[in-house]
Design a protein around this ligand. Sequence first.
Ligand code: ADP
Length: 469
Amino acid sequence: MHSLRLKLILGFLLALAAVIAGFDVFIYTAKRYALFEVMDGRLYAETLAISRHLEIEGSRLFFDPSEENGAHPPLPRVFRIVGENGTILAEAPSAGAVPWPALRPDGKNPQWRTARAGHGRHWRVATWKGRSEANEEIAGKSRPADETSFGFVVQCAEPLAAAAEELRKLVSLLAAVSLLAFLIAGGGSFFLAGRALRPIRRVNTALEAVSETNLDQRLDPSSFDVELHPLITQLNATLDRLENGFQRERQFTADASHELRTPLAALLNSIEVLLRRPRTDAELIEAHRDNERTARSMQAVVEGLLLLARMDAGKAEPAKESVAPDALVEEIFDAISSEANAKNIGLVHAIDSALRVQADPAQLRLALHNLIENAVRYNRPGGQVSVEARRTGEAAAIVVRDTGVGIPEDQLHRIFERFYRVDPSRTEATGGCGLGLSIVRKIVDGHGGRVDISSGSEGTVFTVVLPDA
Ligand code: ADP
């Protein structure tokens, strides 16, 4: 399960563990450094003290362990002195326990090293290379120059057990304190994460109160923390869209029912009247013709609705084919020629036969059919419908122009709405179902294009712009 609270706590504890570990390592390293610093200083002082016990007598260097009048300081517990030729000049009784390291040839003097003996017993060893000059008193007056100085190495050692014990105690203390800090911070982070997420629970509670029946409710940003304001604004915008969508859906359902109720009532009424008494064949044929017209208008509504529903659901993805608009327009002219002839309306087009557009042929035919049919229906008798097509860069434009009644300026923005009619009584006469232009827009939108419209007393111009890709 993805839990924000868990993620916050884990993230915090991980960061805390890294900080505590870093702190512990720092304290441990500093303490170890300080311990070794003190020990190394002490060991070096011891090597110097031992060198004062060395004396030259005649042509040899020898070690005098006595302590006279402070001239020879007290000897350390573990040491040894190695002469120039590698012979041991002197060593403490316990020197055998130390694995004395050799002097590294890196030129540093003195040198400190940690020597590892068996069973984990380690020693810190200071090695100092000295040179003893014969003094006036010992050297005598005529001593040759090459006999006046002797090289030697003094090494002093100290077991590391005490320092190791001190470091062990420090580690235990650090572990205990770190664990305690970790536990306290862990508990605190659990509590704080809970508090930080409380506003989200409040948003949730507020949203739970919103349902289909009170979609007009909105969350008040000022009652939430400022960090949540963008979220609240977005939620309110989503609620706006939902409310509008529901509103449109309700309106659409009401309109669709209304649209079907009127012809259905007319149909039932006609059948009722027909059945009241026996009818002659002529009367029956007349009544059936009326009823067929009514049923066809209902069929147009239902088919229009189904098509829109399929397109709304994204189930009518347009194919992209190369279509010749001139052939398409001629087909449509043929289909509506009887309607145009009845009103004495001229149908003309001036489309280059070489022109091709990228579109779904069936969908483009339906869109152009609706536009041309409207141009005929809402035209004046003796008027004209003309269709042009041209290429404008990466797009093609198909223009349907009529000489009809026009559409009032203030209604232009509404005519693509479903079931919207400029003048319902006029439409009744023309037989439109109010879905034609919504279908046109839906199809053109699906092709990534747009429909422009301009209208005046001289007629109306619809321009369909289709991009190539
Ligand atoms: P209908 O089936 O009623 O024609 P449409 O969606 O095709 O529905 O058109 C919506 C309304 O727009 C029509 O009722 C009509 O009032 C108006 N209209 C559409 N095309 C034209 C046109 N070429 N000239 C004038 N009015 C038009």
